[in-house]
Design a protein around this ligand. Structure first.
Ligand code: DHB
Length: 310
């Protein structure tokens, strides 16, 4: 039995809706080319800023294979670098996603103008970086976030999405989901890491990472239940008009299938990609196909949002 894994985000088609989440394996041209050669269904770039950044002091990443804590501080080679090398990735024939983060509304505008006329197929506006010392997460200011997105969307025909942090209240999700639909945003990537997490080494009586008092974004299996609930509620409040990319704690084929049932059209892999390397995409693809065959499902897309409530 052949299984069709093809899905889409807006008019953008994915042969395989499994790829990297921004931030992992996507900072240098070498890493991006490795993604191109891998089974990943798309290539998402590291979040780029106006100028190159070194990021926060080390150690700034910790993983115990199940969870991760990161406080990278947006180390990246700058928007001009990524705008220059993006043309070298076209040959892989995979959707190319820019990811941008400004430190002000004006910077978002400036960054978007830079990537808008480059061969990126989509732009993910990152409003949820948790690790900028002394800065708030834009996405918790819903009004400002919608203003930034509206301005960007009005300038382009590109596929535009937003990367969001977890919200704690249904009313916040309703407000942002309805706002995104009103503006015509094509997709939301849910979720960025949970902003405040830490791991303590009790033997050394110390934190595992250095920046921001050792507290950084929590990823991995601990955040899957949080992310799934965000997917379900964003789908509900957007009335299915917003395509969703699920990120958070995906480690096996059944995790992907759960995200599809919840309403995701595609998934991004972060902690598991960091731990396992780019072979992860073919493993996950094979595991997903196995599940679909067992369930006698021929077309993955038909199961998006097919979750039954009790
Ligand atoms: C970083 C972390 C994030 O979760 C993000 O969205 C962007 C950047 C970082 O610390 O580099």
């Amino acid at each position: 039995m052949d299984v069709l894994l093809k899905t889409n985000i807006g008019k953008l088609e994915f042969e395989l809706p499994i790829f990297n989440a921004s931030g992992v394996w996507c900072t240098t041209e070498k890493e991006l080319i490795e993604l191109g050669k891998s089974q990943a269904g798309a290539i998402i770039f590291k979040t780029m800023t106006v100028k190159p950044r070194e990021g926060n002091p080390e150690p700034r990443f910790y993983t115990d294979k199940k969870i991760s804590i990161n406080s990278m501080g947006l180390p990246n080679l700058g928007v001009d670098y990524y705008s220059k090398i993006v043309s070298n990735l076209i040959k892989f024939k995979k959707p190319l996603f820019a990811s941008i983060a400004g430190f002000s509304e004006e910077e978002y505008d400036y960054l978007f103008d830079k990537v808008n006329n480059k061969p990126f197929d989509a732009v993910e506006i990152n409003l949820s970086c948790p690790n900028l010392i002394g800065k708030c997460i834009f996405a918790y200011d819903i009004k400002t976030s919608l203003r930034i997105l509206k301005k960007i969307k009005s300038k382009t025909k590109k596929i535009i999405g937003v990367k969001l942090p977890p919200y704690n209240d249904r009313s916040q999700i309703q407000m942002i989901a309805e706002g995104l639909v009103d503006i015509g945003i094509d997709f939301a990537t849910l979720i960025n890491s949970f902003p405040l997490g830490c791991v303590i080494n009790y033997k050394k009586e110390m934190m595992m990472i250095k920046p921001n008092m050792g507290i950084g974004g929590l990823g991995g299996e601990a955040i899957k239940p949080i992310s799934l609930a965000q997917i379900i509620l964003f789908r509900y409040y957007s009335k299915g008009k917003l395509d969703l990319i699920g990120v958070g704690g995906i480690n096996k084929g059944s995790d992907i299938y759960e995200y599809i049932l919840a309403g995701a059209s595609a998934v991004g892999i972060a902690t598991t990609l960091q731990n396992e390397g780019i072979g992860v995409f073919s493993r996950l693809k094979n595991e997903l196909i196995k599940i679909l065959k067992k369930k006698k499902i021929k077309i993955l897309k038909e199961k998006i949002g097919a979750l039954k409530l009790i």
